[in-house]
Write a protein that binds this ligand. Structure first.
Ligand SMILES: Cc1cc2nc3c(=O)[nH]c(=O)nc-3n(C[C@H](O)[C@H](O)[C@H](O)COP(=O)(O)OP(=O)(O)OC[C@H]3O[C@@H](n4cnc5c(N)ncnc54)[C@H](O)[C@@H]3O)c2cc1C
Length: 207
């Protein structure tokens, strides 16, 4: 998977929002040490968490499975624009067969599927992909064919989320209880954050 941060709000927007409450703008240092300490104290330690909602992050996420997307999309306090299977399944229609299940064809299939650590599961995914490919090649339209897509089919999306909701996401999805792929995603999202923003989220990450 690949996570790219395409845009983010500078920290002084958040510290200025906090300073609005106390009308203490003259104490700001334009996103410097004083502003960061204020965000940490008010937004994190004092749990005046609504101030963190002024910070917005825009990500482009590639190569997660539709199973992972389903879990990600449960996080309602975020915005999603997802690659549509209705409009893009033609990418599979004109490909060659994935049979026999040799290493060359498994490698080709990995362009479309997220593989896991179990080879038997991966092979079953490729067989499902082959079924889908055959159905598309026989002329069945995307709107029907999509109903037999494997959950491991790769997708991509634009994902935008504010810092408060991102804290919730990282806490829940970096935890040991979370499924391995979304755990991996939570780590990749954290690592895509600008270094100077990470202090807001550091304590959310499972060790
Ligand atoms: C380990 C794990 C296992 C899970 N297993 C399952 C499962 O088996 N089945 C299943 O269906 N889901 C499952 N989930 C999904 C889970 O129930 C949540 O839907 C998901 O984690 C999103 O969390 P959230 O609601 O806090 O996030 P968001 O939807 O982003 O909401 C953020 C916060 O806003 C507030 N909020 C949002 N909507 C409301 C509302 N309607 N009323 C009140 N407050 C609101 C809450 O404080 C919430 O924490 C699982 C999640 C985890 C981490």
């Amino acid at each position: 998977m690949q996570v790219t941060l395409t845009h983010f709000t500078p920290l002084h927007i958040c510290s200025n929002a906090i300073r609005t409450c106390y009308q203490s703008f003259e104490r700001g240092d334009n996103g410097g040490e004083k502003d960061l300490a204020l965000i940490d104290k008010v937004g994190n330690k004092n749990r005046h968490s609504s101030t963190l909602e002024h910070l917005f992050y825009n990500f482009y996420i590639q190569g997660i499975s539709r199973a992972c997307l389903q879990e990600l999309a449960r996080h309602r306090m975020a915005s999603y624009s997802v690659k549509s299977s209705r409009y893009t399944l033609k990418e599979l229609k004109h490909t060659e067969t994935f049979l026999p299940l040799n290493s060359h064809n498994m490698h080709r299939a990995e362009q479309f599927l997220v593989f896991c650590e179990n080879e038997r599961v991966n092979e079953a995914s490729v067989l499902a992909l082959e079924n889908l490919r055959e159905i598309l090649s026989s002329g069945v339209g995307n709107d029907l064919a999509k109903f037999c897509m494997p959950e491991s089919y790769k997708t991509e999306l634009a994902w935008s989320i504010n810092a408060r909701s991102l804290q919730n996401f990282l806490t829940l999805r970096s935890a040991n209880a979370a499924l391995w792929e979304i755990r991996k995603l939570s780590l990749a999202v954290f690592e895509a954050l600008p270094q100077e923003h990470r202090f807001i989220f550091q304590d959310c990450m499972a060790t």
